[in-house]
Design a protein around this ligand. Structure first.
Ligand code: NAD
Length: 298
């Protein structure tokens, strides 16, 4: 019999992921803090629950897609949370990007209730969530990974079991370092080139064909060239992720010097009131420092 699936956290990512599960024929129970978002999915056939506890009472597998570690802790282990209603043998799949240390702690708590947990953070952004083409990096037992397989296949394309509980979050932190530093590098290249008199679109065309080519140049091209920074992936979330990377580096004795610099740039952008903008708005900080907006003439 198909497993009943609970889904908590219906934001930019969670809503389309839940929709793809419904479309693939899975029975869904949903909860979101802002109730309207859950009601919208009810129109697509989902059952709306009144709390995370109620979701757990009605589900075999409970998926969470929440902003950060404190929210996942609250929703799983807080009052009225998933662990209060969870049944023995149930599986929690946290697809949020959070700390690997918090993940391992929550997995141990789930174990005390006879349940188990996978961490399965994703990359691919809102577009990947809508298209069902996310990359999903999974930490946890082989058996749990296989159990969640049909659900992952409805939401993602590249699905990789990367190790024990917490390993998915470690790989995600690595991913977030590369993405942030790449956006920063592309921004520097564009501002330098543009202020020195070259069309920024031409810079992207040329760099894209060589070793400098990368997906940021393709996926963020229109946002950067057009200064249209609606998210997408918000600066405040990426700042959170670099915080996770830096804390993990501290725990394991790994210095991450350039990550630390870009982390501070994101802090500055938040202080300037741009925390809700897409992370490609790192460009605006480089532009301000150069007193030059790309595409405005050399
Ligand atoms: P979001 O803020 O759009 O969505 C989070 C949702 O959780 C919201 O609907 C909010 O109402 C709900 N929520 C918050 N606290 C809650 C609580 N205590 N109880 C119940 N619901 C609660 O964020 P998002 O962009 O969907 O990101 C979710 C996670 O996915 C984050 O960890 C983020 O880092 C990660 N992620 C996002 C992207 C992206 O492109 N947006 C890409 C990869 C990974």
């Amino acid at each position: 019999m198909a497993e009943k699936v609970g889904f908590i956290g219906l934001g930019i990512m969670g809503k389309p992921m839940a929709k793809n599960l419904l479309e693939a024929g899975h029975e869904l129970v949903v909860y979101n803090r802002t109730a309207e978002k859950a009601e919208e999915l009810a129109g697509d056939g989902a059952t709306v629950a009144g709390s995370p506890k109620e979701v757990a009472e009605q589900s075999d597998v409970i998926i969470t897609m929440l902003p950060d570690s404190p929210q996942v802790e609250e929703v799983l282990a807080g009052e009225g949370g998933v662990l209060e209603g969870i049944r023995e043998g149930s599986l929690i799949v946290d697809m949020s990007t959070i700390s690997p240390v918090v993940t391992r702690d929550l997995a141990a708590k789930a174990g005390e209730h006879g349940a188990s947990m996978l961490d399965a953070p994703v990359s691919g952004g809102d577009v990947g969530a809508i298209d069902g083409t996310l990359s999903i990096m999974v930490g946890g037992s082989e058996a749990d990974f296989e159990r969640a397989g049909p659900l992952f296949e409805a939401m993602g394309k590249t699905i990789t079991h990367v190790g024990e509980v917490g390993a998915g979050q470690v790989v995600k932190a690595a991913n977030q370092i590369v993405v942030a530093l790449t956006i920063e590098a592309v921004s520097e290249a564009l501002v330098l080139g543009s202020k020195a008199g070259v069309d920024p679109a031409k810079i992207l065309d040329v760099l894209g064909g060589g070793l400098a080519g990368n997906k940021v140049m393709e996926v963020k091209r229109e946002k950067m060239l057009g200064h249209s920074f609606d998210p997408g992936f918000r600066i405040e979330l990426h700042h959170k992720d670099l915080g996770i990377a830096l804390a993990t580096g501290r725990e394991y004795g790994v210095s991450l010097p350039v990550t630390a610099v870009v982390d501070q740039m994101l802090e500055t952008l938040k202080a300037k009131g741009r925390g809700d903008r897409d992370h490609s708005a790192i460009l605006t900080l480089i532009e301000e420092q150069a007193q030059h907006e790309i595409g405005s003439g050399g």
